[in-house]
Design a protein around this ligand. Sequence first.
Ligand code: ATP
Ligand code: MG
Length: 284
Amino acid sequence: MQEFAFPSPSVVADRLRERRYLADDRIAQVVFLADRLGKPILVEGPAGVGKTELAKSLAGVLERRLVRLQCYEGLDESKALYEWNYKKQLLRIQADDGRPWNELEADIFSDEFLLTRPLLEAILAPEPVVLLIDEIDRVEVETEALLLEVLSEFQVTIPELGTLQAASVPLVVLTSNNTRELSEALKRRCLFLHLDYPSADREREILLTKVPGLEAALADEIAKLVRSIRSLPLKKAPSISESIDWARTLLALGVRTVDSATIEDTAHVLLKYQADIDKVLADL
Ligand SMILES: Nc1ncnc2c1ncn2[C@@H]1O[C@H](COP(=O)(O)OP(=O)(O)OP(=O)(O)O)[C@@H](O)[C@H]1O
Ligand SMILES: [Mg+2]
């Protein structure tokens, strides 16, 4: 019988909380379903809302190794899946004492000469891992296709070796900042999770969890202020990372309550464009 990691969504939330990741009902439900249905999770949303952290926290909760594929423009098969170790192959050919080519060929295209990259590594791991495919929207659509076999069959086909099937099914988390549309084929294979800025209550809780020594009243004030700042038409709204940084800043400066002078003095921690800072100060 198949073993599942979580008996219910609420247990997912409890276990994540122990790892200081505060999941709302939707996050907990999608993680629960990913485990039950054996499907990858596609987490999409603006910068700094906890997409990557979710995968890391899940690895912690499940006590699994995190295998991470960081995507970037130009990422190809040789960096995502596998590559043949040409140098080692050449050395073997040079050292060979005249075996027929087909024998030599079979030798140099064997496991021993294979350099595994994250996707293959996750597939070949004897124990189940958490596979994080971070910022998938940065690769070209054609490269996305490389992932499809891994995501739907949990296998990798290498022409010289045949098809390698996963020894154990990894929990896969893909993240996207939505800089481009992902292919339908990719989306179809995944459970979709949209993360957005949290409610003021949840952000307050996140601040209290992530910033030791922060008082509840100040956390409350910060969460509400950040929320109202996000409602302004800014070039770049402050993310959870920035509100955590702001809370740490105010704590370090010994601020007990936030007045407009404090905001003026520390807005650069929260906002990364001068135009945004000006807008917020004008709005005070
Ligand atoms: N639900 C949460 N509970 C606890 N901490 C959170 C939560 N969401 C976000 N954070 C904190 O916010 C910060 C940013 O999270 P993370 O790096 O995962 O963002 P991201 O969505 O991957 O951003 P980017 O798109 O820029 O990569 C981290 O320090 C993380 O701990
Ligand atoms: Mg990230």
